[in-house]
Write a protein that binds this ligand. Structure first.
Ligand code: ATP
Ligand code: MG
Length: 430
């Protein structure tokens, strides 16, 4: 008999198939037993009617416990009332591994209780839906770049240089030498962009964040693009296309998961191109007009980001931040050197910054000056300065935070659910 994924049951209507999964839940109603089986690809309700079923099988189905692993055979039926559109009439069950006293019942549990059992919590339909959407988003990102001739050039995770200062770095001992876990792969991507033209890197980055928020993890994934011969405007354009592409992809392919999450998809459908753009200076004016005590030169916190992004249905670019609050490599605006040619992309609905990006300084003398002003060790940056010594070109790039994007698209409260095993302040287990 064919073994099939639950998500593909629709291809086998009126055929007998086998599925391999776990018992999510069961109910009974008079002479009928309903067992809900999940297999990672989705879940299906399987039914057994007492008078039509072998008594031994009926008994087995009645006694199987939550999260037991089971192989089940059955006839696929169309069932318009089921979320997936299909049900299974069971013809056989084999228990593969039992499960006694599964700790996560179908009642509500506190978040700490669940976080301590994250290895099991991810089996639940909400968590599994988030992780499937995360996987779709990762694939969409790779496809987007692939289709546009970007080369995937992975950046190192262990580095000798502190790309943006040492405050948020995890330090490690590299055979007696001080090294760090990468906060960003950007500087390396600038080098690979000079070799390959348009590149991206996609991997985990590490930041020893010291504050506890709903948006910060200590280990998170970032998709970072870097493009040679690219300016600030072209950089914004590719970012909005990427984000739009991701949204469309999830809407098309993960509608069942969005439904499980009770996501208001109207909010995602409302996202349209081009995304609105305002300058930092305009943003300050908006904030002050709405009564915020905010001075030009301050950095936005979550409340300010929410206030600004709430006004738009699509993500909002805030560009030309003060040079003072941005990284040393950001190119000053030729028309006003107090601000830089960079932008943050703020997600709607108060999800905060999902992308940070900008045009980089291509001039050797200016870049060296900035490295000095920021008190960074010039010797460590010699290779980076080489990129300006040998055929420097205007170039730009950006970094998209994967978990922030997942949290927004899924409409979840806290970023900890956007990754299989979150690393947070005060939590490193499981
Ligand atoms: P924030 O100001 O929100 O802390 P940032 O400006 O430090 O973010 P960048 O250095 O611009 O962040 O990083 C690029 C992207 O990575 C951000 O736009 C965001 O989506 C994501 N990101 C940054 N820090 C974190 C974190 N601690 N956890 C999860 N995602 C993060
Ligand atoms: Mg940023």
């Amino acid at each position: 008999m064919t073994t099939v994924l639950i998500k593909h049951l629709g291809r086998y209507v009126n055929q007998e198939v086998q599925i391999e999964g776990w018992l999510f839940n069961k109910r009974s109603s008079g002479k009928i037993r309903f067992i809900i089986i999940r297999d990672g690809s989705g879940q299906v309700q399987a039914t057994l009617v007492r008078d039509e079923t072998d008594p031994e099988l009926f008994e087995l189905a009645s006694s199987v416990t939550q999260e037991s692993s089971i192989r089940a055979t059955g006839l696929v039926r169309e069932e318009p009332r089921s979320p997936s559109g299909y049900e299974l009439t069971v013809t056989g069950i084999e228990i593969v591994g039992g499960s006694q006293d599964y700790p996560i019942t179908l009642k509500e549990h506190g978040v700490d209780f669940l976080a301590d059992r994250r290895h099991l919590w991810i089996r639940g339909p909400r968590q599994a839906s988030i992780l499937r959407i995360r996987s779709e988003i990762e694939q969409a990102i790779r496809d987007f770049f692939y289709e546009r001739d970007f080369i995937l050039a992975d950046s190192p995770i262990i580095t000798a240089l502190a790309a943006e200062g040492t405050t948020n770095l995890f330090e490690i001992d590299y055979h007696g030498e001080k090294a760090y876990l990468a906060q960003t792969g950007q500087l390396y991507s600038e080098a690979t962009a000079m070799a390959l033209g348009r590149v991206y890197n996609f991997g985990p980055v590490f930041r020893a964040e010291k504050s506890k928020t709903r948006r910060h993890l200590l280990e998170f994934w970032m998709a970072e693009a870097e493009m040679a011969y690219c300016d600030h405007e072209a950089n914004l354009k590719i970012q909005e296309e990427l984000v739009y592409y991701i949204i469309q992809r999830v809407l098309q392919r993960k509608s069942l998961e969005l439904k499980t999450l009770k996501r208001d998809i109207g909010k995602l459908e409302a996202v349209s191109l081009p995304f609105p753009r305002i300058s930092y200076t305009e943003a300050v004016k908006i904030l002050r007009d709405s009564g915020e005590d905010f001075n030009w030169g301050d950095d936005f916190g979550a409340p300010q980001e929410t206030l600004l992004s709430e006004r738009f249905a699509s993500p909002l670019f805030v560009h030309r931040f003060p040079a003072e609050i941005k990284a040393f490599y950001m190119k000053p605006d030729p028309e006003d050197s107090k601000v830089v040619l960079g932008a943050d992309l703020l997600a709607p609905e108060g999800y905060g910054e999902i992308i940070g990006g900008g045009q980089r300084i291509e001039d050797l003398v200016l870049l060296r000056q900035k490295i000095m002003q920021h008190n960074l060790p010039e010797e460590e940056f010699q290779w980076y300065l080489d990129l300006r010594r040998y055929g420097s070109v205007p170039h730009a790039g950006f970094g998209l935070g994967l978990e922030r994007t997942v949290a927004w698209i899924c409409g979840i409260e806290h970023i900890r659910e956007a990754v299989p095993f979150p690393r947070m302040l005060y939590r490193i287990r499981p």
